[in-house]
Design a protein around this ligand. Sequence first.
Ligand code: XIL
Length: 379
Amino acid sequence: MVDRRTMLAGGAGVAIGALGSSPAAAAAGGLHALAATRGLSFGTCLAAPRRDNGSLGNPRFAALVERDCGMAVPENAMKWQAIRPSADRYDFAAFDAIVDAAIRRGLRLRGHTLLWHYDRWFPRWLVDYDFGSQKRATAERLLQTHIRTVAARYGRRIGSYDVVNEAVDPADGSLRSTALSRAMGGAEPVLDLAFHAARAAAPHAELVYNDYMSWEDGNQKHRDGVLRLLEGFRTRGTPVHALGVQSHIGVFEPTDSIERLVVRLTPAWRGFLDQVTGMGYRLVVTEFDVRDRGLPADIARRDRDVAAFARGYLDVMLSYPQLRDVLAWGITDRFSWLRGFEPRPDGKITRGLPYDEEYAPKPLYGAIRDALAAATPRR
Ligand code: XIL
């Protein structure tokens, strides 16, 4: 197993060198075209169109999306902070622009997110909201109206929603307390309401619970909490179709063998995924990238390890036929959220996405391509 992985990771490096960014590369077809031959789909998040960001308004970025992606999801433009400047106002300008540009290019769209159930990411006005004497009814109305308004506006153009994002506290696996859960007397009713409202407003759509429980050490309580939540959804008949596995995977400490790390992490992760799929949930990889904070600065070494770690992870994910859609959280390191959100201690640019900051493909590109190529075709 270790030999095979080493070989494949090495092979990815060689192949990507040969691919380069030449016309021959384009002719070879991108990640989505390859994914499609396996019944899979590959995509990225997008910012609102501008010439100088990770969006379809930036010609260089758009060229990569055209080459490699069949789907897209807004990075920030559908969040409450973006479309809900106040309780009584919506601002869809940025998200509309993403949707229009994506549809024009024939991309399938996912919606992210109808409810990021985490006070830290609520708009300030919602954290401070005065729910009055009928707290529960007021909170219900606020949430339901939000979901209805968004879903009605985009209709069938959005085929899958991260209805609820990050409701589980990784520290102990409990459900997070938020302004909404305090008003409604608990988090469960909030989450259930969100899914019921989404089903009513978008009966065609795939409804996803999305979270960042992951395969690294330290994730056990988070995984257990998510399992309890998913069980609860089933028990209560809450309409949830899939678990969104964000997949911001990472190597946080120096390690002398990525292959050994992959082998060590895999059994617990498989145990988790087996339970999730055993409850009848599909899987979506919603926000894939690789955090490289524990890897050495040396670029050749770092890129090789990032690629090997990603390959090990994607192989496990893709071994589940319940997974069809794989979305990365960006395409080039130039615009990766990791640069600001999780900078390397040495200040070097993070290298967690398939293209580097100059839009050149890296070994990670080859690892994703090889993992997709190795996947069993979906029926
Ligand atoms: C991140 C964006 O990439 C950043 O630009 C923003 O500042 C914060 O949110 N999990 C999620 C995504 O579900 O919405 C987050 O996106 C990354 C982690």
